[in-house]
Design a protein. Structure first.
Length: 234
């Protein structure tokens, strides 16, 4: 039995246009000399290093931005309730997880959010655990805030990665370890962590009183047959 949602249903008609399979993903757009961080390269050089897609933006998004631009005044903006409704509705529909409005906080991006959490939930000199290899900015968010990086290397075997839980627990047990930054799905290995792994890791963090920060920015990019499980849901 599933619990019937009590959330208001926002206007999601735009989603049909966003995921329209007739969208032209093969159209080439010249991005040279446009101040593109990705394409500011030497002639004949092919940039394959940053997560910047070369598809044009969906017409639905362009139309929404154009409508805002047509107003001609771009002052300080508040966050409307429709923003929170849309986020909650998406997580319930896509990931079968119900979240409340008061759980959501608007921020300018994942990296500023991670740095802010490191500053506010730990103190200078604390150790922060990561599973390597992992997105390199995790390290910067720790070091730039005068915290110490603690690394547990993932095990690579039979064309796949797994967590060395004995090593993880040893490092979580360190009294100076107060935070673990987790990546779900994991960047760069592309691992979609299953419920058993999340439960085991969560249990260890509770046992050793270590806060988990789960970066789930890639949750909507899973391959068919692989279901993202929000860490908070377990």
């Amino acid at each position: 039995m599933t619990k019937k949602s009590t959330l208001p249903t926002p206007d999601m008609s735009w989603i049909k246009q966003v995921i329209d399979l007739s969208f032209n993903f093969d159209k080439m757009t010249n991005r040279l000399a446009t101040n593109s961080y990705k394409w500011d390269v030497e002639p004949e050089e092919l940039p394959m290093w940053v997560a910047d897609m070369d598809f044009e933006t969906s017409p639905a998004v362009v139309d929404a931005l154009q409508k805002r631009l047509d107003h001609h005044i771009y002052g300080y903006t508040s966050i409307p309730d429709t923003y929170y409704d849309a986020v909650a509705h998406w997580w319930e529909k896509r990931h079968q997880y119900q979240i409340q409005k008061e759980w959501i906080m608007f921020c300018t991006g994942v990296v500023p959010a991670i740095s802010s959490i490191v500053r506010n939930m730990t103190k200078a000199g604390d150790k922060v655990l990561v599973l390597a290899p992992v997105y390199n900015i995790f390290y910067n968010s720790i070091k730039n805030n005068q915290r110490e990086v603690l690394v547990s290397e993932l095990i690579y075997k039979d064309n796949g990665y797994s967590i060395e839980f004995d090593d993880v627990e040893k490092k979580l047990a360190d009294p100076d370890t107060t935070l673990m930054i987790f990546c779900n799905p994991h960047n760069p290995i592309g691992k979609v962590w299953d419920k058993q792994v999340l439960e085991k890791l969560g249990t260890l963090c509770v046992k050793h009183e270590v806060l988990i920060l789960s970066d789930e920015i890639h949750c909507d990019l899973t391959h068919p047959g692989h279901q993202h499980i929000p860490f908070a849901s377990v």
